[in-house]
Design a protein around this ligand. Structure first.
Ligand SMILES: O=C(O)CCC(=O)C(=O)O
Ligand SMILES: [Fe+2]
Length: 199
């Protein structure tokens, strides 16, 4: 499904969850400044995950920021958090105004090209307050994003644009997985931020 005129009050999920796409919520100048910050001043690290008992390092890079948590366990490994920078506080406040949610931490992902993506998962770690909004902000290359219902296997897809905001909340993480599929068609970088409320 392609959304030309996103309606942030329209739930993209047919049942068992809530996802709202607000479309592009930043001006071209804001987007340019954010990209400059992401590409030049974020302390990126290759992500480490434990999968099938194996310790793997992903091509995708990540950075973890938080108000008041120094450590965060995710995909079986513990990461250290940086304090939220002025740039991230600006983005957090914008997301809070638009979604009505509250956030205290942010995971950044850098996909250098379409060869990097993220497989099916849900953001349902016990450290995330269940049902709270997760605000996903995207910058750079426009990429497809999909949801799949855990039992019915029904899928819903949309394109996340440069400067776009997606709000996932309610029982979404309980009942749906999501992914960022790899694609050979894109050779430009994309940065995604997920603002979360952690306990
Ligand atoms: O890059 C994206 O749009 C998805 C990121 C994601 O699902 C996550 O960080 O948990
Ligand atoms: Fe996720």
């Amino acid at each position: 499904m392609e959304l030309f005129f996103p309606d942030p009050t329209e739930n993209l999920l047919p049942y068992d969850g809530e996802a709202y796409y607000h479309g592009v919520v930043f001006s071209p100048v804001e987007i340019e400044r954010c990209m400059e910050y992401f590409l030049n001043r974020v302390p990126w690290r290759n992500d480490e995950v434990v999968m099938f008992g194996k310790h793997l390092v992903t091509a995708r890079k990540t950075a973890w920021f938080s108000d008041d948590f120094t450590f965060y366990t995710y995909s079986g490994t513990t990461k250290t958090a940086h304090p939220l920078s002025p740039e991230l506080l600006f983005l957090k406040e914008k997301a809070e105004v638009l979604t009505g949610g509250k956030y205290n931490s942010c995971l950044l992902n850098l996909y250098h090209t379409g060869a990097e993506g993220m497989g099916w998962h849900s953001d349902n770690e016990s450290s995330i307050i269940a049902g709270s909004s997760i605000a996903s902000l995207s910058f750079g290359a426009r990429r497809k994003f999909s949801f799949k219902h855990k039992r019915s296997k029904e899928t819903v897809s949309l394109f996340l644009e440069d400067g776009g905001l997606l709000d996932m909340r309610g029982t979404t993480q309980e009942n749906w997985v999501h992914q960022l599929p790899k694609t050979t068609r894109i050779d430009q970088p994309r940065v995604n931020l997920t603002f979360r409320l952690m306990r």
